[in-house]
Design a binder for this molecule. Structure first.
Ligand code: PLP
Ligand code: COI
Length: 343
């Protein structure tokens, strides 16, 4: 049963699945994508032998639709999500979905569920989950004969507790998220299943999430379980890790640009040695779901490292947040091509 939009508490949505009236589904058969369509059916009927179920032949995206002050609906850099899904698909030998097909599907889902895009000012957004899965009868280790691409959506609020309130994170000294030459840069389910156990152990100790180190040397910060990492140095540098095993975050690349061109910081993608955290006066997690979530303190073994404060947001983090969300909600001029109107 879908909850009527009129009964939702827009200011307290959290981050949870909600079955909305419509989703888009397209099938790939006989070497070509078929015409997709909106459907009210939220269930798949697929072979028990589908490679997405056994071998993780699947990839997904995470993006949002925003309601602006005048009530219109817009997307933030959807071409970047389309291109990342194409790269993830190629890595797992799945047929890529073209950028046009991807953006048309996303727009159709937003329009069909427009009542569920939270009002401007509530802080909520419509989270979109494009998903590509390999289906059909394959028991050997090889790609599926058929694929399903779907896009579904749900209204969401904060991913990490408190939104723009600092929380504490735990550096994993026991687990890696991805291998040096593995699938860390692809948005594929296996990376996330691998992060369940470290994530649970961190949450049991009251940490918001895990910060992973580079899997080759375990000396450099890679990323957070569900977001990228950034730090601000005393010398006004915006620094974020550069690594082939982290997810190339659209939020992070947007912040690198905004830090340099709007805030006048020096934007650096490079190494972040865990032994040199003292150079940072602020730090945060960034991503579509996380937006910008300040990192108050980081637990590394027995050491607890506080960046700006465990309770207050640093001034640069706040300015970055205001610039980014201002663009996403249509209150601040966007760099060319970043905003795509839905209606
Ligand atoms: N890193 C991981 C592991 C993620 O799951 C996400 C979320 O998508 C990100 C980083 C941030 O990426 P983006 O800004 O494209 O949402
Ligand atoms: C996102 O930010 O879109 C993510 O994918 C993070 C998480 C919900 C998996």
């Amino acid at each position: 049963m879908t909850t009527p939009a009129s009964q939702l508490d827009w200011n307290n949505l959290g981050f949870a699945y909600m079955k909305l009236p419509y989703r888009y589904v397209a099938r790939y058969k006989d070497g070509a994508w078929q015409q997709g369509e909106l459907t009210e059916d939220a269930d798949f009927n697929i072979s028990e032998c589908s490679p997405c179920l056994h071998y993780g032949q699947q990839a997904f995206e995470g993006m949002k639709a925003y309601r602006t002050k005048d009530g219109s609906l817009q997307l933030f850099r959807p071409d970047m999500n389309a291109e990342r899904l194409q790269r993830s698909a190629r890595r797992l030998l799945m047929p890529p979905v073209t950028t046009d097909m991807f953006i048309d599907a996303v727009k159709a889902v937003v329009k069909a569920n427009a009542d569920y895009v939270p009002p401007y000012g509530s802080g909520g957004t419509l989270y979109l989950r494009p998903l590509l899965i390999g289906v059909g009868d394959v028991i050997g280790i090889k790609p599926a004969p058929e694929y399903i691409f779907c896009v579904f959506a749900m209204p969401v609020g904060n991913y990490f507790k408190g939104g723009l309130t600092p929380t504490n994170f735990l550096v994993s000294t026991e687990f890696d998220r991805a291998a040096p030459n593995g699938t860390g840069a692809a948005k594929v389910g296996g990376n996330y299943a691998a992060s369940y156990l470290p994530g649970k152990l961190a949450q049991e100790r009251q940490f918001s999430d895990v910060v992973y180190l580079d899997p080759a040397t375990h000396t450099k910060i890679e990323e957070v379980g569900a977001a990228n990492f950034f730090g601000i140095t005393k010398d006004n540098e915006f620094v974020t890790p550069l690594s082939p095993s982290i997810l190339p975050s659209i939020t992070k690349y947007s912040l690198l640009y905004l830090a340099e061109h709007r805030l006048g910081l020096k934007a650096i993608e490079g190494d972040v040695p865990v032994a040199e955290l003292d150079r940072f006066v602020e730090a945060g997690a960034c991503g579509t779901a996380a937006v910008i979530s300040p990192i108050g303190g980081l637990q590394i073994g027995e050491d607890f490292h506080v960046f700006y404060s465990e309770t207050e947001v640093g001034p640069v983090t706040r300015r970055l947040y205001e610039e980014l969300t201002g663009i996403q909600f249509g209150d601040v001029d966007a760099p060319e091509g970043w905003i795509v109107k839905v209606d």
